[in-house]
Design a protein around this ligand. Structure first.
Ligand code: FES
Length: 153
């Protein structure tokens, strides 16, 4: 899907043309488009005079930024050690099957992006699945998680 270039220009024009604005602009792209579009990085490179490779590196370094389109909801299956020992792999497999995507991919309807992540810091509640970085589903069976995902539209 094409990205609205006017929105890209509008975001960039809200900042000073300085390399220091780079991260803030990338974060705004992420907020506006749910990812950092290539068109945005190219424009930024042109306007700020920063090499595209540097912008790309920044986009891959910061976890809060995604260079590929993400779904309306992110579903993160923790596969850290504690969660792994309590069946996280099975949860990831079941969700993969249910959503018909591999970890890192987005469902065709754009509803979910499935991810596997390292320890989310809630080991005592393992296994943990986090939706949209705020809803923690803990100690759950794959079936329960699948059921819980139904409420996200
Ligand atoms: S290993 Fe999953 S929360 Fe720590």
């Amino acid at each position: 899907m094409a990205v609205d270039k006017k929105k890209i220009d509008k975001i960039i024009s809200g900042y000073e043309n300085s390399e220091e604005s780079l991260l803030a602009i990338l974060q705004d792209f992420q907020k506006e488009f749910s990812y950092v579009p290539e068109e945005g990085m190219e424009k930024l490179s042109e306007v700020l005079g920063v090499p595209a490779s540097k912008i790309y590196a920044m986009g891959t370094f910061y976890k809060a930024l995604s260079l590929v389109p993400t779904g309306r909801h992110t579903c993160k299956v923790c596969t850290g050690t504690a969660c792994h020992l309590k069946g996280a792999t099975n949860i990831a497999d079941v969700l993969s099957r249910e959503l018909k995507v591999k970890p890192g991919e987005t469902t065709k309807d754009g509803r979910f992006t499935l991810q596997t992540v390292n320890c989310v810091g809630a080991c005592a509640l393992a296994p943990v699945v986090v939706v949209d970085d705020e809803d923690y589903y803990e100690g759950s069976s794959p079936q329960n998680i699948v059921k819980n995902l139904k409420k996200y539209k």
